[in-house]
Ligand binder design. Structure first.
Ligand code: THU
Length: 132
């Protein structure tokens, strides 16, 4: 599975985005170490704070299917710019997918930017702090 294929999958699922309030569609494709792919879209709500981002939708789908080992997440939108994951998603991605997760951001010029989640969320709060 290469980046181009994952981007295509994220772009396709973006059509399912439920975003009547922001009209900002986001699609995500999460690749496991074993090569499985879990997709996600943003799901908004009239009570705005209940919105779930595309990245977290994909992660929660994967976890609920028993997946534990992750390699890459691709994020696509209709925006011209690269779309980075929001703070809440960074925290969830770090905990569930681990510091080496590749985060592939895309723009509308078919360019990609790749950073590890550790680079996007340095000095993160994690479960080790709870055990001290
Ligand atoms: N959103 C995502 O799904 N992922 C991101 O990385 C950034 C923001 C969604 C949340 C909301 O539905 C819309 O984009 C506008 O913020």
């Amino acid at each position: 599975m290469n980046y181009a294929e994952l981007i295509q999958i994220a772009n396709k699922v973006k059509a399912n985005s439920y975003s009547p309030y922001s009209k900002f569609r986001v699609g995500a494709a999460l690749l496991t170490q074993e090569g499985e792919i879990y997709t996600g879209v943003n799901v908004e709500n009239s009570s705005y704070g209940l919105t779930n981002c595309a990245e977290r939708t994909a992660v929660f789908k994967a976890v609920s299917e028993g997946e534990k080992n992750f390699r890459t997440i691709v994020i696509t939108s209709d925006a011209d710019d690269f779309i980075p994951p929001c703070g809440a998603c960074r925290q969830v991605l770090m905990e569930i997918c681990g510091k080496d997760l590749e985060v592939v951001m895309t723009n509308n010029d078919n360019e990609i930017r790749i950073l590890k989640i550790e680079e996007l969320l340095p000095l993160s709060f994690n479960k080790d702090y709870l055990e001290k």
